[in-house]
Design a protein around this ligand. Structure first.
Ligand code: XIL
Length: 522
């Protein structure tokens, strides 16, 4: 019998998946599931019902039965409630509360957060990001929360982004999310096995419980979303914190997944100390300060190399250093200012090559690389680096696209970079369903999810046609509820850029890749 072609074996796998219940996944929206209510307060008793002051504020219950928080003197001041006893490792919870401002006060951005104390350290974890609140109506703050390791104390609280406004709070609930089973579907990693490893950027909550089951089923590679960025790894000079990244790395290794490191150098999420001298003054464009920056970079990479060695398959060495609006095509960052140009880029690649094991791949990563102007600026930079014998191995196309952007553009960029003989990868793919960046809708219009399914179909045709030139294709997030687009650049509750929905169920986006015949008709 002849060896089956990759495509024949994929068809066979797919037939198996359909038989295993593929047809049962439609309709595409997942059904509502009743969650288990664990705790609720509505202040109808006339008492604060377990809420207490966070900071020197006054709490009272008004005649309407709302909790009133007054006298805030710092943005973190507010009201808190202890939820420690209800939260188990690896379970997802929904935290919901209503907020309004007393009449006569100006609108303000508020948010909800959990303070998590564990093993002597404290973390502040956003539940629902900054959202505008007015005196006119109640605004709902709903978000999901989970922990990945046991905690000593968990306090849910309300605070503001920048204002000291008094706040009214009502109808708080904490519920345990009843997760539907992870669907018995064709794993993406098997479907794409003959093309490229399919990756996913994750945070620690995605490597426990049901999300972890979904992650291990479908993905062959992980990127540490935020946990290997400079601020996560070295918040204070000389103090390295690997624990959160290690949770992801341990999961990846236990499940045979390849690991992508993100990122050694970036203008964002880099602690302030990195760009200050010993007296706390901003670094200047002097020879001494250039040397200091490079020494700091080398110390940083040396610590990462000692900790991870070649367990990290590739690193984004520099992230987002290109700006096609500038005459030299380079972003004006603190690195750029101190170096008076882009000379730092070659220097940090040389340091990374010297310090990291030889087999670790070194990438330059950027967004919008599908657009011709950015493509050209990045191309010119990489060409220049190669001419100067800078050890850059590959180019990462972030591919934060939207459902109206021509999918062919990314293919054209991949084709263009082949001339430079560099490795290539798609590193941060998501497909926004917004019509413009600041759009904010309460829920996702169903026709956009269908259009997104067709978009993924076309995009993956473009990518699979170029599989030989791609080291991996990575999604920037596992399921919609944890996508960064929900909170960036504004609160966007309707954003749904990924393959799996808030309940971890496959969307049209998944079927666009795996079996477009399952997509709803146009
Ligand atoms: C984003 C994260 O997903 C967010 O959680 C964080 O608040 C901001 O950064 N390009 C990148 C990623 O290279 O590091 C960014 O990640 C998304 C855009």
């Amino acid at each position: 019998m002849p060896t089956p072609s990759p495509h024949a074996s994929r068809r066979a796998l797919l037939a198996g998946a359909a038989a295993a219940g593929g047809a049962a996944v439609l309709p595409l929206a997942s059904p509502a599931h009743a969650d288990d209510l664990l705790l609720s307060t509505d202040f109808s008793s006339g008492t604060t019902e377990g809420w207490y002051a966070r900071g020197a504020v006054a709490l009272s219950v008004n005649a309407e039965g709302n909790l009133l928080v007054e006298g805030r003197t710092a943005t973190w001041n507010g009201a808190a409630i202890d939820i420690t006893a209800h939260i188990e490792v690896g379970v997802r919870y929904q935290l919901r509360v209503l907020m309004r401002l007393p009449s006569g006060t100006d609108a303000a951005d508020l948010r909800t957060t959990v303070q998590r104390d564990a093993a002597g350290s404290t973390a502040y974890e956003t539940v629902k990001w900054n959202t505008a609140v007015t005196p006119d109506a109640w605004t709902e703050f709903t978000g999901t929360y989970s922990i990945t390791q046991p905690a000593d104390l968990l306090q849910f609280y309300v605070e503001s982004d920048s204002s000291l406004t008094p706040v009214l709070v009502d109808d708080f609930t904490l519920s345990r999310i009843q997760e539907p089973e992870i669907q018995d579907l064709m794993p993406l990693k098997d479907f794409l096995e003959c093309d490229f490893p399919i990756g996913c950027a994750v945070e620690p909550p995605e490597v426990v419980g049901k999300p972890a089951e979904l992650l291990a089923k479908h993905f062959a590679q992980v990127t540490t979303g935020n946990q290997m960025k400079p601020d996560a790894i070295q918040p204070t000079e000389g103090v390295f914190t690997f624990d959160r990244a290690d949770q992801i790395v341990a999961f990846a290794e236990a499940n045979g997944m390849r690991i992508w490191g993100h990122t050694l150098l970036w203008h964002n999420q880099t602690p302030a100390w990195w760009f200050l001298d010993a007296d706390g003054n901003p670094l200047q464009p002097t020879r001494a300060h250039r040397a200091l920056l490079l020494a700091r970079f080398e110390a940083h990479v040396t610590a990462l190399a000692a900790h991870y060695g070649d367990r990290v398959w590739a690193w984004d060495v520099v992230n987002e250093v290109v700006d096609p609006e500038q005459t030299d095509g380079l972003r004006r960052s603190r690195w750029y200012e101190v170096f008076g140009g882009g000379a730092y880029i070659g220097e940090v690649f040389k340091i990374a090559r010297r310090v990291l094991p030889r087999k670790v791949k070194l990438f330059i990563n950027d967004y919008n690389t599908e657009f011709p102007d950015k493509r050209e600026a990045l191309y010119n930079l990489v060409q220049d680096l190669k001419r100067k014998r800078v050890p850059v191995d590959g180019v990462g196309h972030q591919a934060h696209v939207d459902y109206k952007r021509d999918p062919q553009l990314l293919g054209e960029s991949i084709d263009a970079f082949r001339r430079l003989r560099v490795l290539q990868a798609v590193t941060e793919l998501d497909v926004s369903v917004s019509d413009y960046m600041e759009e904010s809708l309460p829920s996702t219009p169903p026709e956009r999810l269908a259009a997104q399914g067709r978009y993924y179909q076309e995009l993956f045709t473009v990518l699979r046609d170029r599989a030989r030139h791609l080291e991996s294709v990575t999604m920037w997030g596992l399921y919609d509820a944890v996508s960064w687009l929900r909170t960036w650049p504004v609160s966007r509750p309707h954003e749904a850029p990924l393959f799996f929905d808030d309940r971890l169920q496959a969307k049209a986006a998944y079927w666009g890749v795996v079996d477009p015949a399952q997509l709803p008709p146009e």
